[in-house]
Design a protein around this ligand. Sequence first.
Ligand SMILES: [Zn+2]
Ligand SMILES: [Zn+2]
Length: 429
Amino acid sequence: MLRSGASPNAFTFPFAIKSCAALSLPITGKQLHCHVFKTGLANNVLELYKEMESKGFCPDPVTLVGVLSSCAHLGALSVGKEVERKMEGFGFSSNPFLNNALINMYARCGNLKKARDIFDGMPVKSVVSWTAIIGGYGMHGQGEVAVELFDEMIRGGIKPDGTAFVSVLSACSHAGLTNKGLDYFGVMERKYRLWPGAEHYSCMVDLLGRAGRLNEARELIESMQVRADGALWGALLGACKIHRNVELAELAFERVIELEPTNTGYYVLLSNVYTEARNLEGILRVRMLMRERKLKKDPGCSYVEFKGRVHLFFAGDRNHPQTNEIYKKLNELENLVKDLDGCKKNDHERREEYLNSMGVHSEKLAVAFALLNTRKETEIIIIKNLRICGDCHLFIKLVSKIVDRQFVVRDATRFHHFKNGFCSCKEYW
Ligand SMILES: [Zn+2]
Ligand SMILES: [Zn+2]
């Protein structure tokens, strides 16, 4: 089924995992379990936990680590906090595995400060703890801190492993620290005898791509000893979008869909490359291809947690109880944004909006909702399932200036911290 390109869903996994149990195949079971997390269906390994609890079972640390990684994946901060309270209640507060999972959960749910507090409070820090906090700073675009921590870890006598290198390389790529990243990549093999895998190469492609060194990125992929995966060619495709390189984007797209034929994100990326290049023929070709293959764009959705409840919005959504107020607020904000001098949307952005639109994008609804309901000092954290589009990115930047609020948006690739008209990603995502 996987080879044919079909995606398993929430109903497929339980049957497959039960078969593993019946056949006594623990390793295959674990692999499937991991796959559940990767496909984002883990909010179900959360429902299971609630069911367990209601039946009076006491969770052990292993279960709680699983719950925390689900929370990290979903951005479910309030459940994560609940787990932290339970850890204290069960006397697991000093369990290092749980603390590592907590660091990761807080960082991925947008609360980097709390992640750092937990890290600082750990009496013994393993390479996993360091990797979790370095990764946290990396995904929030604070590459300089991540690099400092990585060097501090080495000075403290802890030997980095392959995963630690992934987190520092990705931190370098998110912050545009090209030379630093290239140095680490070299040191990895020379000094630590760690052979780079596909994830390390992905970071390097991202790093070189961000710096506009697209041909070097391509040469790196072609020269590597490991098999390229979808993420690698996807990173190159993303870089081609930023630097508007149509020719290389087409090549990266061809390769990436050989590996992941049903990943609609890549079709949308190529379509965006064509949009930037004003190549209407290309846009239509991508659409045809998607139609032939019976692929539909994943619906965009965003959510905000407010008073312990998750408020979920789809594109063009009108189901929220505050819908009328939300659209009124949004209209008000759109007008203010348009009035802001020198920041008029240019043509291609408008077209991108048109081509991507299934109504108002979900993150705009989440922004309007948050502004209606939260007080000025509250930091607003929005989780979005897809990459944020150029129009919404510009919109949130300007709104952060107009209303003088900070917004944190986690999209499919990274965190964006919007403040005073600027974003921490410096326009690269
Ligand atoms: Zn958008
Ligand atoms: Zn950004």
